[in-house]
Design a protein around this ligand. Structure first.
Ligand SMILES: Nc1ncnc2c1ncn2[C@@H]1O[C@H](COP(=O)(O)OP(=O)(O)O)[C@@H](O)[C@H]1O
Ligand SMILES: [Mg+2]
Length: 229
């Protein structure tokens, strides 16, 4: 017996005073460095900004990094997804507390990363995967960022940035993985097009920071008056 399931999905919106920004993109796109630089620059301009990341440094996030991503233990991709979701639900408590206080949160990765890496890992038809995940996971209960910036770079640039110390085999593996992840991001960006703002990240570190800051300041001033006096 086959059952056909179809449904609409929406996300929880940020109801708080603060602003929730996420940076997404393939490995090497500059998420980590830009998160740090943007938070620093916003603080210098007097904004109450804070950087966060996923996986977090909380107990499950630490486990993910130390045991799973390091390759110490091998668990099925779906188990990794649940761990990420568990970590995210703890992250969520922190995020909501800070948004209530009016902070600007910049998160280095958020749930779109999990969806895209999940799709890439499973090699499944993406539509099917999203449907199953939505049914089984608490995705639709997570707070959606106000803006997700997608740091857009070609695979070639990513390989150059992350591959400097890699050997030939690693570079080949990296490339195959990056192609899959980029494909998943492209699918997701198209499917949820209103959720992403693409930024050309194939520029100097300073140019990308300037572009992001310009955009963030514009929307922060307009919508959320969180600038401290
Ligand atoms: N715009 C850029 N130009 C040149 N190198 C960059 C740029 N952005 C990041 N890098 C370098 O590429 C590497 C990966 O950056 P990182 O911020 O860790 O990316 P991600 O967190 O997206 O994987 C780092 O060594 C970083 O210094
Ligand atoms: Mg990073």
């Amino acid at each position: 017996m086959k059952y056909k399931v179809s449904f609409s999905i929406d996300f929880r919106r940020n109801p708080y005073r603060g602003k929730f920004i996420a940076l997404e993109g393939i490995d090497g796109s500059g998420k980590t460095i830009q998160t740090a630089r943007i938070v620093e620059a916003l603080k210098e301009k007097g904004y109450d900004a804070i950087g966060m990341k996923e996986p977090t440094d909380l107990v499950i996030g630490k486990f993910i990094k130390q045991e799973v991503l390091s390759g110490k233990i091998s668990i099925p991709p779906v188990a990794i997804q649940y761990l990420f979701s568990a970590d995210r639900s703890m992250h969520q408590v922190e995020i909501e507390k800070l948004l209530k206080k009016g902070k600007i949160i910049v998160s280095d990765r958020y749930f779109w990363s999990a969806v895209c890496y999940g799709i890439a890992d499973l090699d499944q038809v993406a539509d099917y995967y999203i449907t199953v995940l939505s049914l089984l996971s608490p995705y639709n209960r997570f707070l959606k960022p106000d803006i997700t910036y997608f740091l857009d770079i070609p695979i070639k640039t990513a390989l150059k940035r992350i591959g400097k110390s890699s050997k030939h085999n690693e570079i080949y593996d990296n490339e195959k993985k990056l192609v899959k992840i980029k494909r998943a991001y492209d699918f997701i960006k198209k499917k949820f097009e209103k959720e992403f703002v693409a930024v050309d990240a194939d520029k100097t570190i300073e140019e990308v920071t300037d572009e992001l800051l310009k955009r963030i300041e514009k929307s922060a001033k307009r919508v959320h008056k969180v600038k401290s006096s």
